[in-house]
Design a protein around this ligand. Structure first.
Ligand SMILES: [Zn+2]
Length: 359
């Protein structure tokens, strides 16, 4: 019976139905509570839900029965990294590499080592939903103000999306140089979210409206990642499910308070000239785009999200994200919720821009 449930769990995960997979995996554990493969399976499914602490309980049990299984430290490293315990993540991933070298673990380990070295001298602070690290160069008063701002944004996004991330979210405040060195982000990227929110704050004495906006934008990415269960080891390659970039960036800008306004005329012109970038081509990473293309992609993504929200409310976005989190392709989720595919959506968005902003 245990094996049957185990297979069922794997099958359902491959279809993206994580709720069922998790309950099946737990049922299987009732029959074979000491089976390492089952314990690892539950631990893995919890990691995908960003439930790091509970995951660690299962992984620790797996370790008792299979001390040399390399998947135990691999997954524990992920859990500790998610909990912002970088030194412990490094130790676990080093142990995993010693047991069985693995490319995915090596990449995660390299990044965690860079983080650990950079953050060694950093101070820490936390609030109910955040764990913050900041370089000694930033003032403690700024750190406290950042936390207060983040908590305010957290409540706002929580009620918009009707969802509460289960674990504290990691935030790191950098000097500009450290930000560029660590993230290797393109020059047009002002901040970054790769599982942790990374923000340069050089020269700031307090939270101005620009920093507040950036924090809300990046925090929206954390909500979307956790709502769509796309948590991974922080490496895009290991993320099985991922909300498309146009939804991520469109919604993050919407939450910041941006609206199409003065971009509407240009976006409409580009659409009418048949030169709009199809949303299907804006699903993957934008990090290799030129600054101009990226600026257009952000504006076009915002226009489409803005149209969806004004047409029928944030509930539609919520339902689309839930379907993506259950493993559905984005366009299928759109058809399910909006009853239209990409072409229809873009046409409606263009129509919305014309009606709302043309004079
Ligand atoms: Zn963004």
């Amino acid at each position: 019976a245990a094996l049957g449930h185990h297979l069922a769990a794997n099958f359902e995960l491959s279809r993206g139905d994580m709720e069922h997979a998790l309950s099946d995996a737990r049922t299987a554990l009732n029959y074979a509570p000491e089976e390492p493969a089952l314990l690892l399976n539950v631990g893995y499914l919890l990691l995908r839900r960003s439930e790091f602490k509970e995951s660690l309980e299962y992984l620790e049990r797996a370790r008792r029965f299979a001390p040399d299984n390399p998947d135990v430290p691999k997954l524990e490293g992920w859990a500790y990294y998610g909990l912002n315990k970088i030194a412990q993540a490094v130790a676990e991933w080093q142990r995993a590499q010693a047991l069985r070298p693995d490319k995915e673990v090596q990449l995660a380990l390299d990044r965690a080592l860079a983080d650990k070295q950079e953050e060694e001298s950093y101070k820490e602070n936390e609030s109910s939903h955040f764990k913050l690290r900041y370089s000694g160069a930033a003032a403690p008063a700024l750190a406290r103000e950042v936390l207060r701002t983040l908590e305010r944004h957290f409540s706002a996004i929580e009620s918009e999306l009707n969802f509460t991330p289960p674990e504290p979210i990691g935030v790191i405040l950098y000097t500009q140089d450290a930000f560029s060195d660590i993230t290797k982000a393109p020059s047009w990227a002002g901040a970054l979210n790769d599982g942790r929110i990374r923000v340069p704050v050089q020269g700031l004495a307090g939270v101005d409206s620009e920093l507040s906006r950036v924090l809300k934008h990046e925090l929206t990415h954390s909500f979307i990642a956790q709502k769509t269960r796309s948590a991974c080891m922080g490496l895009a390659a290991s993320c099985a499910i991922h909300a498309p970039a146009w939804i991520q960036e469109g919604l993050a800008q919407w939450m910041e308070g941006q609206r199409s306004r003065e971009d509407a005329a240009v976006l409409l012109q580009i659409y009418n000239d048949n030169k709009a970038i199809p949303l299907s081509r804006l699903e993957g990473s934008w990090l290799n785009m030129s600054g101009d293309t990226a600026r257009y992609a952000y504006a076009w993504a915002l226009a489409n999200i803005e149209y969806i929200v004004q047409a029928d409310g944030m509930g539609d976005i919520e339902r689309i994200l839930d379907r993506i989190g259950a493993g559905m392709a984005t366009e299928t989720a759109l058809r399910d919720v909006l009853h239209s595919g990409y072409d229809d959506l873009m046409q409606s968005a263009a129509e919305y821009l014309r009606k709302t902003y043309a004079r």
